[in-house]
Ligand binder design. Structure first.
Ligand code: HEM
Length: 405
């Protein structure tokens, strides 16, 4: 591959031609070190630099502290906030999601998740060729989030369409949106989603039902409990955060397994290997390839001066293949240990849903590996989603000889 100028790597990453394999570009960035791009953002590839950046109090997740960027029409979700307000909202949400207040909650979803997965695979029985994303991967997080939030499958399918137009990270959108149509769709999506969340919160306050997280957040009578607007934006990140990422984890894993039949055979022979398999897929093909932060002060990263106000992009996809942290980083190897990948980030914003994402991934992949007979990837049909930030197949066709029970 021809070398790209270090200041043009981001623009190159956004090109549709790069989607099948962005890793040579991430490797080039890793070899070069932090690099300012033509659009003014600074990509940061080193593992140690990314960890430091995720944990540095001089670095913010809140764009409004340094620049005028379009804001959400209601309270910003807590992943776009800094402590102390971030910590308050995260703690109030965590009370209903896991330890220490609700220790076994995520584990208690195991039976439901297994039931969803079995049903989706049963529905494929009789097929010898099927598309995995629409028939399986897309459906799992929707069912799980319906269980957690009480927001129905139909409502979530609509929400999924709105989110698909909203989640484009602004720098990627500037490059991809050549005729302004993505921005118009985004504005429509934000308005429709805002209206839906407002109505849902109002309905639930009048008619509380069930014991889901939405009802629990609204019923919280702690002195620092969330306002209605904060509940809305928290629902938004639970819906958005757990959706696309989990779908792409399953899709990316199946591509790797189908391209590495020996690994598939190893996990089939020893199902306990599904946990390290999920970790290696997260490292090798991170569903979120980079995140965004803002420098609040002048600082230095790997010797490069960073002026206050710079938009920083910790490049998870490059950090996960940093040769200083991982032996033979471009090899897909489920037996590697330890496994300090950054696919769930690090520091105060470490992924809230990581235990659930891992559980969903392990059950989904474990059952697919166990039940698909002689699965083969139809390489010619493989198509990736357009965003350079959220990486995963949009279309993944598999041929099989049949299904085990
Ligand atoms: C494979 C699946 C997943 C991946 C790769 C992933 C990745 C990430 C990453 C990289 C962040 C950090 C964002 C930042 O620092 O700017 C994050 C935060 C977050 N994730 Fe996930 N996520 C996944 C699944 C989920 C699920 C299933 C949920 C919800 C049930 C979820 C909810 C959240 C929330 C609420 C945050 C914000 C945390 C905070 O700001 O304190 N994620 N996730």
């Amino acid at each position: 591959m021809t070398l790209i100028a270090p200041n043009q790597i981001f623009a190159e990453l956004a090109r549709p031609e790069t989607r099948p394999n962005p890793y040579p570009l991430w490797r080039q960035l890793a070899d070069h070190g932090p690099a300012f791009q033509d659009n003014g953002v600074c990509l940061v590839p080193g593992h140690a630099d990314c960890v430091a950046l995720f944990q540095d109090p001089r670095v913010s997740s809140d764009a409004s502290k340094v620049r005028d960027e379009p804001q959400a029409p209601f309270a910003p979700p807590f992943f776009l906030m800094d402590p102390p307000n971030h910590d308050r909202l995260r703690r109030l949400t965590m009370k209903h999601f896991g330890p220490p207040d609700r220790g076994n909650y995520v584990d208690s979803l195991t039976g439901d998740i297994r039931g969803f997965v079995q049903r989706f695979i049963d529905e494929l029985k009789g097929e010898t060729r099927f598309e995995l994303i629409s028939t399986f991967a897309n459906r799992l997080p929707v069912e799980v989030i319906a269980k957690i939030t009480g927001i129905s499958i139909e409502e979530q399918n609509q929400i999924g369409r709105w989110l698909a137009s909203i989640i484009f990270e602004p720098e990627a959108m500037k490059l991809l949106d050549t005729d302004g149509s993505i921005q118009r769709e985004q504005a429509k999506g934000v308005e429709a989603l805002g209206g839906f969340l407002m109505k849902t919160v109002a309905d639930r306050k009048q008619n509380p039902r069930g014991d889901d997280i939405l009802n629990r957040l609204l019923a919280d009578d702690a002195p620092d409990a969330m306002s209605d607007e904060e509940v809305m934006s928290t629902m938004l990140i639970l819906l958005a955060g757990g959706h696309e990422t989990t779908i792409t984890l399953i899709g990316n894993a199946m591509v790797q397994l189908l391209r590495n039949p020996d690994t598939m055979a190893d996990v089939r022979a020893d199902p306990r290997l599904v946990a390290p398999l999920v970790e290696e897929v997260l490292r090798f093909e991170p569903p979120i390839q980079y995140r965004v932060r803002y420098a609040l002060d002048d600082m230095e990263i790997a010797g490069l001066p960073i002026p206050a106000g710079t938009k920083l992009m910790p490049a998870i996809a490059a950090a996960n293949r940093d040769a200083a942290r991982f032996d033979n980083p471009d090899a897909f190897d489920i037996h590697r240990a330890p496994h300090p990948h950054l696919s769930f980030a690090s520091g105060a914003h470490f992924c809230f849903g990581a235990p659930l994402a891992r559980l969903e991934g392990q059950i989904a992949l474990g059952e697919l590996i166990r039940r698909l007979r002689n699965p083969r990837l139809v390489e010619g049909e493989l198509e990736y989603k357009p965003s350079p930030e959220t990486r995963g197949p949009k279309r993944l066709v598999i041929e099989v000889d049949g299904f085990d029970d």
